[in-house]
Design a protein around this ligand. Structure first.
Ligand code: DX5
Ligand code: ZN
Length: 221
């Protein structure tokens, strides 16, 4: 078995009680807190920005894993770094200067991640591997929680695991992850799993803990 990071996505939380929900998944055993930032331009939905992340930062000491589904992203990197992001992930498809953007994230003292939409081949990573701390493979088309896992991405996950080799790069998978597909996703090579709707089912921290544990047990089997 291997050490799997579970990163619940707060996009699936009750936004009317966001701070309480973050405290609840912290208590429920979340390793990271996945924050889905959407601008209504790069993706067809608007979620929240740096001010919300700043507001909930004090609710937990856990890593804020910030997924920027925004374009352009460069102008906002500092705001998210100052708001309390620990990992800042940008999309390879969000602009033409991925290498420079990744360098800018590291220059802010944060971990740098790149996310690939389902149709983007892993070759997009080839010349930036040494700029990366994390690769985020989208297994749904970004913009919404509660969608179904796109199975074709398992091959991409395996290929990226191979590309990573011995480098200190985490392989995160995001979209439609459940206790039922977590084993296959981990077997393909993922070590970090995002889950929104599969975690925020039920209403109490105990429910969330059971959901997180079920995903973790399946992935670490
Ligand atoms: C989609 C987001 C995902 C999503 C995950 O654009 O990046 O993080 O919120 O939600 P589920 O786990 O419900 O697919
Ligand atoms: Zn996400």
């Amino acid at each position: 078995s291997k050490e799997i990071i579970i990163a619940p996505s707060i996009l699936a939380a009750d936004f009317a009680r966001l701070g309480e929900e973050i405290a609840a998944i912290d208590a429920a055993g979340a390793d990271w807190i996945h924050c889905d930032v959407m601008d209504g331009h790069f993706v067809p939905n608007i979620s929240f920005g740096a001010d919300i992340i700043k507001a909930v930062r004090p609710m937990t000491k856990k890593i804020f894993d910030v997924h920027l589904m925004i374009a352009p992203a460069d102008a906002y990197l500092e705001a998210f770094a100052k708001a309390g992001a620990d990992v800042i992930t940008i999309h390879a498809e969000a602009g033409p200067h991925l290498d420079r953007s990744l360098q800018a994230i590291r220059a802010l003292g944060k971990k740098a991640g790149v996310s690939l939409c389902p149709s983007t081949p892993e070759s997009a990573l080839e010349y930036v591997l040494d700029r990366l701390d994390l690769v985020l493979v989208m297994t749904v088309n970004p913009g919404f929680g509660g969608q179904s896992f796109i199975g074709s991405q398992l091959e991409k996950i395996a290929r990226i695991r191979n590309m990573i080799g011995g480098r200190p790069i985490r392989l995160e998978v995001d979209g439609g992850v459940t206790r039922d597909n977590a084993a296959a996703i981990a077997a393909a090579g993922a070590d970090t799993l995002v889950a929104g709707s599969a975690v925020f089912r039920g209403k109490s921290s105990a429910d969330y803990a059971a959901n997180i544990a079920a995903i973790r047990v399946a992935a670490e089997a």
